[in-house]
Design a protein around this ligand. Structure first.
Ligand code: SF4
Ligand code: SF4
Length: 314
């Protein structure tokens, strides 16, 4: 461990903080080895549902040097998205991460700024930045980089801060001082598993996307099977139940990233507004938002399912 390397590690973490990241850690790149069995079994079972891309490029997911040649270090960062203001409880809900502007864009800019800083101010580097757009096991690397641990709900949990974070990575061909991987701290808790309305969390760390409301309301295309439609009761985009029930999320604090602030128009939406939402209104309301992933048709399908379920309950 050279002094120079330690100094560069300290400076890059300082820069990450200045850029607004809540956490930054570094892991030595390595093939996954025994840790890959979990992913291989998950793919074998077909638990990726319609997300075919999750079954492709498995070898790249399991060995970072196959994704980016000469990768020595993986720098992992976390960006807080916990909203300062949330939708009223009786309104149709959205997953918190979708409240503001598309995180891919915001995260990529910050990751690139960190990459440029390292390259221009610390040492010449080659590599790439990623945010949920390539075969990268981002939670695994965040755990390896000491940011947090992967909870039984499959989300990364940062001690003292919770899970409402976007993750991003820099794959770099230079070495730094490395952090220790974090051990799991869920203990005997299994509130997330007990609270999941569809039993998509079949056991600790095992999520069947085919029955998960997050998958069904965002990624799934076309009709949703009638039995599954019945489970859409709170949210028309995503599902945060297993996050909300996690005791570590009591430590969440509102994000300071301006782009993640929900617009007044979004927060003011009422049940009747969603019912009548036109394509044009949808375009304006979700301009530059990750909600576009579900498309107008998908959101309409979810709205109809939720309102029909609510009507039956009345
Ligand atoms: S997101 Fe919702 S449906 Fe999916 S595992 Fe969590 S609680 Fe279950
Ligand atoms: S709810 Fe409990 S078991 Fe689930 S992720 Fe949080 S701490 Fe772990």
């Amino acid at each position: 461990m050279s002094n120079k390397r330690t100094e560069q590690t300290v400076l890059l973490k300082k820069k990450a903080k200045e850029l607004g990241f809540s956490a930054c850690g570094i892991a030595a790149a390595h093939p996954l080895g025994a840790a890959s069995i979990h992913l291989e079994k998950w793919v074998e079972k077909g638990y990726y549902a319609g997300m075919e891309y999750m079954s492709r490029n498995t070898e790249k997911r399991l060995d970072p040097s196959l994704l980016v040649e000469d990768t020595k270090s993986i720098i992992s960062v976390a960006l807080n998205y916990y909203p300062a203001q949330v939708l009223a409880e009786e309104q149709l809900q959205f997953s918190y991460y979708s409240y503001g502007k598309d995180y891919h864009v915001v995260m990529k800019q910050k990751l690139q700024a960190l990459f440029d800083y390292i390259h221009e101010e610390l040492l010449p580097i080659k590599g790439r930045v990623f945010c949920d757009t390539a075969p990268v096991l981002e939670r695994y690397w965040a755990q390896q980089a000491g940011l947090g641990w992967i909870g039984k709900n499959t989300q990364l949990i940062i001690p003292g801060a919770g899970s409402y974070f976007f993750l991003g990575e820099l794959f770099i061909d230079a070495a730094f001082d490395y952090d220790e991987p974090m051990q799991e701290r869920c203990g005997t808790c299994q509130r997330c598993i007990d609270a999941c309305p569809t039993n998509a969390l079949e056991k600790p760390h095992l999520l069947n996307a085919a029955t998960c409301l997050s998958y069904l309301t965002i990624e799934h295309r076309g009709e949703i099977a009638p039995e599954q439609q019945k489970t859409i009761r709170e949210s028309i985009y995503g599902c945060d139940i297993c996050l909300q029930k996690c005791p570590w999320n009591r430590f969440s604090t509102p994000s300071k990233v301006e782009e993640f602030t929900a617009s007044e128009a979004f927060l003011a939406m009422q049940k009747e507004d969603w019912e009548k939402l036109t394509r044009e209104e949808y375009q304006v309301l979700f301009k530059g938002s990750a909600v576009k992933r579900a498309k107008y048709e998908g959101l309409q399908r979810n709205i109809k399912a939720l309102l029909s379920n609510r009507k039956k309950e009345e």
